[in-house]
Design a protein around this ligand. Structure first.
Ligand SMILES: Cc1cc2nc3c(=O)[nH]c(=O)nc-3n(C[C@H](O)[C@H](O)[C@H](O)COP(=O)(O)O)c2cc1C
Length: 241
């Protein structure tokens, strides 16, 4: 392995931060690295809102489901799919296609992951905040997001005040298929992985939830998943056709 791959494989989300701010130079480097990500058709269909207003940050804590780390991290960003810029440049642009929602979401996720990896390479840490989609209309209002700008997720960044153990991922054999999709799930591999995840939770600080991966995803997927998102994305001008 090399240092880049080792860094990627060491990743863990950080949810406890020291009070130390991120230096301007480091922050700039993180954002430059974010923008260096691949982008579909060179559209660069993303915008990042850096939150420096403490009132807005406090509001975003509430809107993201009161996750304390949203308020405590040195930096908080809102990552958006953005075709508003394109519309200003090309007023006759044909927008609203579902494909453009996918382009915007993929471009933005690639940028955000670059940012997190860049931060981790500097000894910083962070976590994505999908909780931002709990109250998307309120986020739009708070941040003055125009049509064709879609808030996708937030991200906390800062100096880590914890060192969580690495969350084990699925075995490669269950994820990587060769030439065609192998529909049959390898039960033995899954059972081994479930035991590994249960063990991870057992030994994790706090040991607050001890469950297998299968138990966990079953519980998550038994609930509706933000059913208002379809009408929300359409209200921002996305996926109307
Ligand atoms: C798009 C996205 C949204 C997420 N939203 C949240 C969130 O709202 N709150 C949180 O604490 N973690 C959030 N996470 C972090 C995941 O829980 C975490 O990545 C996953 O459990 C794997 O753990 P690890 O990152 O430590 O390896 C999110 C991750 C992604 C990719």
């Amino acid at each position: 392995m090399n240092q880049t791959i080792e860094l990627l494989c060491r990743h863990t989300s950080i949810r406890k931060f020291t009070d130390k701010p991120i230096e301007t130079e480091q922050l700039n480097a993180i954002l430059v690295a974010a923008q260096a990500a691949s982008t579909s058709s060179f559209l660069q269909a993303s915008s990042i809102i850096r939150i420096t207003d403490s009132n807005k940050r406090a509001e975003l804590v509430k809107l993201s489901g009161n996750q304390p780390w949203v308020g405590e991290a040195a930096e908080f960003f809102v990552w958006c799919a953005d075709f508003h810029r394109h519309q200003q440049i090309a007023p006759d642009a044909k927008l609203g296609f579902t494909e453009q929602l996918l382009i915007g979401a993929v471009d933005t996720a690639l940028m955000a992951q670059n940012a997190l990896t860049a931060a981790e390479s500097l000894g910083l840490g962070g976590v994505f905040i999908g909780g931002l989609r709990n109250s998307p209309n309120e986020v739009v209002e708070l941040l003055n997001l125009p049509q064709q700008v879609l808030p996708l997720f937030g991200m906390c960044l800062g100096h880590p005040a914890q060192q969580p153990s690495i969350r084990p991922r699925l075995p490669q054999s269950l994820v990587v298929h060769e030439n065609s999709y192998a529909e049959e799930l390898d039960g033995d591999q899954l059972a081994q992985y479930d035991a590994k995840v249960r063990d991870y939770y057992t030994h994790r600080a706090g040991a607050d939830k001890i469950m297998s991966w299968s138990d966990q995803i079953t519980a998550i997927l038994a609930k509706e998943s933000r059913p208002y998102m379809q009408s929300f994305v359409q209200s921002q001008g996305f996926a109307t056709k």
